[in-house]
Design a protein around this ligand. Structure first.
Ligand code: MLT
Length: 408
């Protein structure tokens, strides 16, 4: 008799994006002629940068030679990529992060879930509400929560509401927590955190010996130079934070797969018997055992992001998507909708009109405009009454989606 992991049975209905996919598929089958425009899942649409493609083609040719062939690579990533990341993404912004502290991986969704492998049971966990659902579901799967209540909130998690009332910035918890998931620029609200706000979190974590799990997957979309791109721009963060980053949204690697996690040396957790244990060593051990690294070819593609040509191409991609976001903001405001985000993030967060609930607005846009978005309630109870549109699409699709929504 094979027993299943009963924690999975605590999960609410499907993961948000497959659930949207299911509804869209049903709609398409019933309306085969409808020309759907998908602004739901935050998946990039524009071609891979030429610099990345050239680097990957060269890497493939190298692999076809005896001298240039690569078998298993280092599980932590090749040193040349880790060095490029440390230099360009961190040291250039004044962050004291070395190549050895960068772990290259195949995705920050995977890493933000896998990190639970090295964290113990019994941690008091805080998430924002709304939140990227992976943080919650991965804790449920790992048995770190109780059951869900009627509102869909799990026992054992502290939910920190981020709403228009607090400018979508995460309030500090009212009772002590040990693990804190923060995502800025925020998915789903598109909000950003100022230096002062991040400092208050770092101060909180240092005071309570808590660990911040900081998701910076959207940092490349920040337009205001005063807004930090990394938690490590805040003094003291090396003692209390792990950061997740990705090549998915800046360089269009959602289908190519490359990301990274920063675990500072000297960042400590506590064992059940009260000893201090370095998290770097545990994560290194975890990755060496359970992960074979990212392919040589893809890592060469990621390295090319840091070349002069790669940087120019990534900048152009970001500008393109941010112009989409500006169009969505402008057109929806003109349609009388209240909107947030979309200024430093590829997501626009919309107040649903006339008291419509999130899934009601989803169905309304799907049926009447053939536009797919993401219901805010799918990100948490406090997301009810909101709706997310992604700026990842072609210009013509964004223009057409806005034309259809305005015509409603
Ligand atoms: C989203 O739409 O929220 C993103 O696609 C999530 C992700 O990157 O996994």
């Amino acid at each position: 008799m094979a027993l299943v992991n009963g924690n999975y049975l605590k999960l609410k209905a499907g993961y948000l994006f497959p659930e949207i996919g299911r509804r869209v598929k049903a709609f398409s089958e019933a309306n085969p002629d409808a020309a759907l425009i998908r602004l739901g899942i935050g998946d990039v649409t524009e071609p891979l940068p030429q610099a990345c493609r050239d680097a990957m083609k060269n890497a493939i040719d190298e692999m076809g030679t005896r001298d240039g062939f690569h078998g298993y690579g280092p599980e932590q990533g090749y040193a040349w990529l880790r060095e490029a990341i440390a230099k360009h993404d961190f040291q250039s912004r004044g962050c004291d992060i070395s190549a050895e502290e960068i772990f290259v991986s195949d995705g920050s969704k995977c890493d933000s879930s896998n990190i639970l492998d090295i964290l113990g049971e019994g941690n008091r966990i805080a998430v924002t509400d709304p939140v990227y659902p992976v943080y919650v579901d991965s804790n449920v799967m790992a048995g770190r929560t109780g059951d869900a209540n009627e509102g869909g909130q799990y026992g054992g998690l502290s939910y920190l509401p981020i709403t228009a009332a607090n400018d979508f910035t995460a309030p500090l918890p009212s009772s002590p927590v040990d693990l804190i998931y923060l995502c800025f620029p925020n998915n789903p609200t598109g909000a950003v955190a100022s230096r002062e706000q991040l400092k208050s979190w770092v101060d909180y974590a240092l005071e309570h010996k808590a660990l911040i799990l900081f998701d910076a997957a959207y940092e490349a979309f920040i337009q205001d130079p005063a807004i930090p791109h990394s938690i490590f721009e805040i003094e003291g963060a090396r003692q209390c934070a792990i950061e997740f980053r990705s090549f998915s949204k800046n360089a269009g690697f959602t289908g190519t797969r490359c990301a990274l996690t920063v675990v500072p040396k000297g960042l400590m957790g506590t064992s059940a018997t009260g000893e201090q244990v370095e998290l770097w060593g545990l994560w290194n051990r975890r990755q060496s055992t359970k992960f074979n690294g990212v392919s040589y070819i893809v890592q060469r593609g990621a390295e090319a992001v840091y070349s002069e040509q790669g940087q120019a191409e990534v900048k152009a991609l970001i500008s393109f998507y941010m112009e989409n976001a500006a169009i969505i903001r402008r057109e929806l405001s003109a349609a009388g909708l209240t909107i947030y985000g979309g200024e430093h993030a590829p997501y626009v967060w919309i107040k649903t009109p006339e008291g419509m609930d999130s899934w009601g607005f989803f169905d309304h846009l799907l049926n009447k405009a053939n536009v797919v978005g993401t219901p805010g309630s799918g990100f948490g109870a406090a997301g009810e009454g909101y709706f997310r549109l992604s700026a990842f699409n072609s210009r013509s699709n964004v223009d057409e989606a806005m034309r259809r929504i305005r015509a409603l």
